[in-house]
Design a protein around this ligand. Structure first.
Ligand code: 5RP
Length: 218
């Protein structure tokens, strides 16, 4: 099976976690696109979704799903999203698609985070995938200098986030203590969101492998 097929399989598997009649949190990315396709085909009754990006909102609305602003919702039972890397503690690097800030916010208010990923995303130590950091535009150079002091090599992405900010993709870090890194990087003034999901990692991992979908619990 190729990567695309593995993404399709985990997107399908995530349907088992959708609670009919409850508001659903929906992430962003090509794996989540497969999940949205499967959700549409399943016919499961979802009263509304909260989405983590303009991209996912558009796809959901095109399929006829109602999408609510998070300010209209107090609680989400299940949030389904992908990852760029996930470690054995279910800490993740996210933000390859640039939606890290809204993803982190929706994840925060969700009871259960279901991560859907193909097996290439499972790593022992986070960091081979460059860490996305969303930054206030005027602070790009200042934040870059702080990152360099910590041994990272920031590369400015040619992209503006849904929130009007910029993204630095940071190469060269091995993020063994992901939680400590998340806290340290959060302290840099000008940083909006660090694409490390350690304090709020995944609760369930649906991993697409050549042997089928493996379900792992945190
Ligand atoms: C977007 C994300 C995605 O979840 C992550 O980039 C994985 O994407 P894909 O499913 O396309 O591999 O964090 O900001």
């Amino acid at each position: 099976m190729d990567q695309k097929e593995l993404k399709r399989l985990v997107g399908q598997a995530a349907l088992a976690y959708v609670k009919p009649g409850e508001i659903l949190g929906v992430g962003t990315g090509s794996t989540v696109d497969c999940f949205i396709d499967a959700l549409k085909e399943s016919g499961i009754e979802v009263p509304a979704c909260v989405s983590s990006s303009v991209r996912s909102t558009k796809k959901l609305q095109d399929y006829g799903f109602r999408v609510l602003d998070l300010n209209e919702v107090d609680r989400i039972s299940v949030y389904v999203d992908g990852a760029d890397e996930i470690d054995p503690q279910f800490c993740m690097i996210k933000g390859g698609g640039g939606a890290l800030t809204r993803e982190k916010i929706v994840a925060m208010v969700s009871d259960t985070f279901v991560c859907i990923a193909d097996e290439s995303k499972k790593v022992q130590v986070l960091g081979a995938f460059p860490l996305p950091i969303e930054v206030i535009p005027m602070a790009v150079r200042a934040v870059s200098r702080e990152i360099e002091k910590l041994g990272g090599h920031p590369v400015l992405r040619d992209f503006t986030t849904d929130n009007g900010n910029k993204i630095l993709d940071v190469h060269g870090w091995q993020l063994a203590d992901a939680r400590a890194w998340e806290e340290k990087l959060n302290q840099i003034v000008g940083v909006v969101t660090v694409g490390l999901f350690a304090r709020r990692g995944a609760d369930v991992l649906l991993l697409g492998t050549q042997e089928g979908v493996k379900t792992m619990l945190a």
